[in-house]
Design a protein around this ligand. Structure first.
Ligand code: MEV
Length: 301
C-alpha cells in the first residue's frame, strides 16, 4: 500500500533577510508547485530515493548529520521505533533547489506528514512546523523560520521571529504576479552569512525594509497593484544595497520594468534563484511571461 503526502513551495513577497533580524516579512505558499513524499513496502531495507537529487540510499548510507538523516532519526524517536520500516521513501519535487522557493522546508514537511500517516499519528501543524524548523537550522544555519511556517500552514502570512505569524489577506493568484527562475543557483546559508558579516553597514537598510513591509501589508490588503509594485521596487533597491542581488538578476528585473511591469524584485535569499514581476493585468502578465520564455527563462507561475 502506498502512503503519500506533499508540501508546497513558498515565495517571499516582501522582507527577506531583514526577517532574520526581527523585522516582519510577507510570504505566500505556491500551492501548485510541490514536493511529494511517498512510502511503500519493499520487503527489504529502508531506502530513500530521489531521482532529481540522484539519491538512492539506505538510512545508514545517508550522510550523518545531513538534514534528511537527522529528520529520519528524529522521526524514529518521536514515533517510538528503533529502526526504520522496510519501505522505500520516494521523493519527487517540482520545486527547483537553491532557488529561493523553500525546497528544503517543503521536503521536511512532506516527509514528516508521510511518516505521520504511515504510523497513524496525528501531528498538529505547529508540531510539524517546529520539527521542520529544526531541520532548517541544519540547512541554513540561522533561519528566521518564515519558510517552514509558510509551507507548514500553507497560507499567506505576515511573519516575525518574535511574534510568530498572522494569516494575511494576500492572494497571489489575483495579483498578476509572475515568479520566474533566473536559472542561477545560490545557497541561502552563504548569502545569509555575508549579510551577517556586514551587519553594521547593512543595519539601516534592514530596518528600512521592516518599515516598508508594514506599508506593504496595507497595500496588499487593499489590492492596490500600483502601490504594491512601487514597494517591490523599493524593496529590491534595499536588497541591492545589502548586496544580495546580482547583475544578472538586476538585468532580468530591468527587462520587466522596461516592458511596463509595475514592480520587480528577487525573492528568497537572492544572488540568483527566483524573482517576482508584477504585471498590470492578465494580458500583460502573459506578454511578459512569453518575453522571459523567449529569453530561455522558466516562468514558474
Ligand atoms: C530565505 O527564504 C529567506 C531569508 O530571509 C532567510 C530566512 O528568513 O531564514 C533570506
Amino acid at each position: 500500500m502506498k502512503i503519500s503526502d506533499s508540501a508546497p513551495a513558498k515565495t517571499i513577497l516582501f522582507g527577506e533577510h531583514a526577517v532574520v533580524y526581527g523585522e516582519p516579512a510577507i510570504a505566500v505558499p505556491l500551492s501548485g508547485i510541490r514536493t511529494h513524499a511517498e512510502m511503500h513496502p519493499n520487503g527489504r531495507e529502508f531506502r530513500v530515493i530521489s531521482e532529481k537529487a540522484h539519491l538512492n540510499r539506505t538510512y545508514k548510507q545517508l550522510i550523518k548529520g545531513s538534514g534528511l538523516e537527522v529528520l529520519l532519526s528524529r522521526l524514529m524517536t518521536i514515533i517510538g521505533i528503533s529502526e526504520l520500516p522496510s519501505d522505500t521513501l520516494k521523493i519527487t519535487s517540482d520545486i527547483p533547489v537553491a532557488s529561493g522557493l523553500g525546497s528544503g522546508a517543503a521536503l521536511s514537511v512532506a516527509v514528516i506528514r508521510t511518516f505521520a500517516k504511515r504510523y497513524h499519528k496525528t501531528f498538529p501543524t505547529e508540531f510539524v512546523n517546529e520539527l521542520a524548523y529544526e531541520i532548517e537550522k541544519i540547512y541554513h544555519g540561522t533561519p528566521s523560520g518564515i519558510d517552514n511556517t509558510t509551507i507548514a500552514y500553507e497560507q499567506p502570512i505576515l511573519f516575525s521571529k518574535s511574534t510568530g505569524f498572522t494569516p494575511l489577506r494576500a492572494d497571489i493568484n489575483k495579483l498578476n504576479m509572475l515568479v520566474i527562475d533566473s536559472g542561477i543557483r545560490s545557497k541561502t546559508i552563504d548569502v545569509v552569512t555575508d549579510v551577517r558579516n556586514n551587519f553594521e553597514t547593512n543595519e539601516q537598510y534592514i530596518r528600512n525594509i521592516g518599515t516598508l513591509v508594514r506599508t506593504a501589508v496595507n497595500a496588499l490588503g487593499s489590492g492596490d497593484a500600483k502601490e504594491i509594485g512601487t514597494l517591490m521596487n523599493e524593496n529590491q533597491s534595499l536588497l541591492r544595497k545589502i548586496n544580495v542581488s546580482c547583475p544578472e538578476l538586476d538585468e532580468m528585473i530591468d527587462i520587466g520594468m522596461k516592458n511596463g511591469a509595475l514592480g520587480g524584485k528577487l525573492t528568497g535569499a537572492g544572488r540568483g534563484g527566483n524573482f517576482l514581476i508584477l504585471a498590470k493585468d492578465k494580458d500583460h502578465a502573459e506578454k511578459l511571461a512569453s518575453l522571459y520564455e523567449i529569453k530561455g527563462l522558466k516562468v514558474i507561475l
